[in-house]
Ligand binder design. Sequence first.
Ligand SMILES: [Zn+2]
Length: 450
Amino acid sequence: MIFLFFLCATLLISCPSEAAAPSAPKYVLIFLADGGSLGQLEIARLYNRQVHQQELVITGKIMKEGFYGSLTTHSADRLVTDSAAAATAMAGGCKARNGAVGICYDGSIPETVMERARKNGMGTGLITNAPIYDASPAAFIAHVRSRGDYGSILEQYLKFTPELVLGGGRDRFLPQSRTGTQRRDEGDPILLFKAKGYHYVSNRAELKEARGPKVLGLFHPGEMSFEHTRGAGIEPSLSEMAEAALRILHAHNPRGFVLFVESEHIDSAAHQTDAPSLIHAVREFDRTVKLGYEFYKKFPAETLLLVTSDHDTGGLGLTGAASARDLKKLQSVRTSFGKAARLLGERPTVGAIDRLMAEHFSGFVLPIDLKEAILKRKTLGPPFPANPTAAALSAMVSRQIHVSWVSSGHTNQPVFVAALGVGAQQFRGYQDNTDFGRHLLTLLQAKRSR
Ligand SMILES: [Zn+2]
């Protein structure tokens, strides 16, 4: 080796050197659009351009400046994956059965991206607007046979002690004597997290002041509110959580960190075949990714930025008659289909439906057949969701802005992956979702060149 260096220095030729050893990113930012697809991004991009005269950062910057690829998503036992199996593939590099979190199809326990990061002395953080114990974030740390084993997932979080945990799901953190809990015991995980040195925050203002090094933030009993129904006060947005996370993790982790940020709202809106909520969710996801992009711009030689999805939900697309005017109509929608369904309840009246339309869907006209369906509680069947109100609103919007859904469930479409920074080239081309996990694990194993 010494001779080789001497030769290279003498002849001024390019030779392999210490610097050529595969470099590991110091900062890894993973942005996951749960249930997201390229088709959804494209509709949100067109909407943003028509209504706000803005580009998306994901398509306009990251996909253009970085490497672009797609991932197949089938699980070990199903052609169409769920979030648990997909996240296990992406966090641990192995195929899993639907429902399994951090356990490979053969029963083996993979090392996850976060576990390897910890071995490197890096900080770790999980953010989602789902309950924080939900399958996608869970698969980056926990190992359970069933995604519903929330008790074990929380115990494993507590044992692993990620530096940062922000999201919904306070209902599993409160003892049964408290209101708004799902626990059937007097267990008090918030106390246990505090005993391990966590600063606990429960609203937007507290999050702004949170300093770390360890922060637990629980902002909703269940899934956090959709962006356009969130209200100003209590809950932070996904981008506000990411902003706090980047600030705190960067301040306290001199050896770098891995941050996982998930928008569950994309999946949830697509399950409701709720195009307006979906577009707002993608736009908020994009604002969140923008923070990652700005972070990358500050530390381009040390950062790997990944934007991807675990599976498509809904198979959404515009149909041939769609126009820019249709997209503009979506601005008038002021609530989600789910919230509208809760508002009308199971015995809606004509007056209540008319009020709903005037207040929340002023750009749309509810056809008589769909009004009847809401009043008589008639389900519309696939691809619409089971709730008659949500289904009718979806059918109305779909007809009048010319969008089409394949399903209110997951589909098998390959998903996008956009990568920028250290090791980004690994993610280009057509690959499997297990390759995503394997590349990340390899990059985190690579010898640091600095
Ligand atoms: Zn889903």
